[in-house]
Ligand binder design. Sequence first.
Ligand SMILES: Cc1ncc(COP(=O)(O)O)c(C=O)c1O
Length: 395
Amino acid sequence: MSKSPASYRPETRLVHSGTLRSQYGETSEALFLTQGYVYNSAEECEARFKGEDPGFIYSRYSNPTIAMFERRMIELEGAEAARSAATGMAAVTTAILAPLKAGDHVVASRALFGSCLYVIQDLLPRYGIETTLVDGANLDEWQRAVRPNTKTFFLESPTNPTLDVLDIPSIAEIAHRGGARLVVDNVFATPIWQSPLALGADVVVYSATKHIDGQGRCLGGIILSSEAFIAEHIHNFMRQTGPSISPFNAWVLLKGLETLGVRVRAQTDTAARIADVLANHPKIARLVYPGREDHPQAALVKKQMRGGSTLVGFEVKGGKAAAFRVLNELKLAKISNNLGDAKSLVTHPATTTHQRLKPEDRAALGISEGFIRFSTGLEHADDLIEDLTAALEKA
Ligand SMILES: Cc1ncc(COP(=O)(O)O)c(C=O)c1O
């Protein structure tokens, strides 16, 4: 290509960015399933280790297939640098922990995926890092939580599973005024609908396991940020501690990126149709869908997101028993704790992803016993709507 891939529109970058063609001129990106590399001379090997020769050294550090995945994500996200990881949680843990030391302080939104909450609430304090959880929608709480030793703010938006949307530009401003960085878990929004770095965040993390693979095959994660942040805090930590992604998984995710835009758009269109049907359904007590005018932060969605969501949240009247009846009656949508798949997946957060929380903490987050998270797949919208309405009849 004559233009730099980064100057093309996102759909084009998803297909072309980062491709490294071997001497065979293959069309589809090659899978370099190798642990290590050989050198033409001892001098070349020495230069590689000194960083004077840009080639690869060992696949715990980097690998051509992994480098292609990282470059494609960098150009999609508008970041300067990235490091991929074995799982989304390896990426989240590294992005939060690697830059910190005992005595530092972290502020995070209370509405987090269960494992992210474990890292903030249980893991960090064991290493002398103080943490404060806030109501992410309340800007005053973020402001009041700032201390002289605050180094990191962490949030996800939309939140899991209640799909609240947090004000990324305003929270970034509060973080920066307090001398802290903002790390955003952008899993629910996907890179298609939200670009946190352009909104003021300093670091973006993904579980690539979700929409980026999109077909339920491989685990993976990635941290994207400035060249300085990755070089100073992430590169050496990952190189020495080893939460690296396998080249095979990076290859699956790289190929997943080619169809990310069409999949997320189709899944979002279907999710919006499902939300419209559920909004008027007599068995539904509450519906949350970013992209509908009745979403609690509808204005913010318009301001910081380019589209709605592939996920729909709803509360069935009749609590846990009614929610379980719906799950058990569904024929197409499968019961799972995962999301972002080509197959529609349905989750009961109170007894799975968020069962670790105390009932009063779940209630404060809006995760009631009747709440269901619906991850919309690529099935025909009419089939999914018929499946859901039939199951609700039995609730
Ligand atoms: C918002 C969010 N962040 C992080 C993760 C962790 O990703 P992984 O399962 O790839 O470790 C998940 C899901 O598992 C998630 O939903």
